[in-house]
Design a protein around this ligand. Sequence first.
Ligand SMILES: C[S@@+](CC[C@H](N)C(=O)[O-])C[C@H]1O[C@@H](n2cnc3c(N)ncnc32)[C@H](O)[C@@H]1O
Length: 325
Amino acid sequence: MIETLENTTITSKKAVFLKEVLTGLNSVPKTLPSKYFYDKIGDALFQQIMELDEYYLTQAEFEIFDQQKKQILQEFSPNGESFNLVEFGAGDGYKTKVLLKYFLSQKVDFEYIPIDISQNALDGLKKTLNQEIPDLNITPMQGDYFQVLDRLSHATSKKNIILFLGSNIGNFSPTESTKFLSQIRADINMGDHLMIGIDLKKDPAKILAAYNDQDGITAEFNLNLLHRINKELDANFNPEQFKHYPFYNPITGECKSSLISLQDQEVKIGNSTIHLSQWEPIHTEVSRKFSLKEIHDLAARCGFCITSDLSDRHGYFVDSIWKAV
Ligand SMILES: C[S@@+](CC[C@H](N)C(=O)[O-])C[C@H]1O[C@@H](n2cnc3c(N)ncnc32)[C@H](O)[C@@H]1O
């Protein structure tokens, strides 16, 4: 019985994956959803990206947590009150662990609820947290941000603290950002907090290099999407016939990654055939950069006031602490 249920879930996940891929590839311009980057190989490649010199985002946010964890806890729990700590898109928790360890060392009572679309990432996270922080109370939840939001009920007597780190918000369109953050606001109580890690606008060359590293790891990460579609959706992309191409627009603040078709080609995906012209792009990910003013406008639009903007020493990144009003 259990096996049948699991098989049904796997089949329906595969059907959704296929539908979203075909919808994207039949759009003009062609697109693929970035949430599918994260299979086992994609998770491991993203861990390598976080270690790259060019990918300054991770070290900037790590520095903020390391240097300013005391202030963060003071804002989350000024009188030592207990809370739920819900993290959307937790990944491997490399930076969050700094906070988790500090909060426990301060004897704060909290439950950590990491959410991620990648079961592989959650399994790895739970394993390392059990080893490194055995006293941590952890309840992982797997799923897409928007689906999990529907399942979460924050109307508890405990305070809710929501984490949305690593500039994951930059992967949303402006409309999706407002929808997602407003929905979080509707689910939590007045006085609850959201801490959102956001990459700031800066020298365009610095931004572009973060998505175009010299070792080609980001290119491999982008191309892995085609390998995943081949494996899971019975497709025959030839990844060698595509080129990773990121570009940054300082006017919109969008760094967009794409895969450029190097020749006219036809790709079979299940029973469908997709035609790509030579030099046709498939848009795969947007990583939007913000000014402080844009962050403040977004918070106000979604029902929050900002209590602190914590930045790294270079002013590259900000962890903005919002309070539900
Ligand atoms: C860029 S990584 C960042 C991980 C972590 N927040 C950090 O700052 O290091 C994005 C994470 O979000 C997850 N993710 C991406 N899209 C998602 C979605 N739509 N729903 C839930 N998780 C998602 C990925 O699986 C991945 O672990």
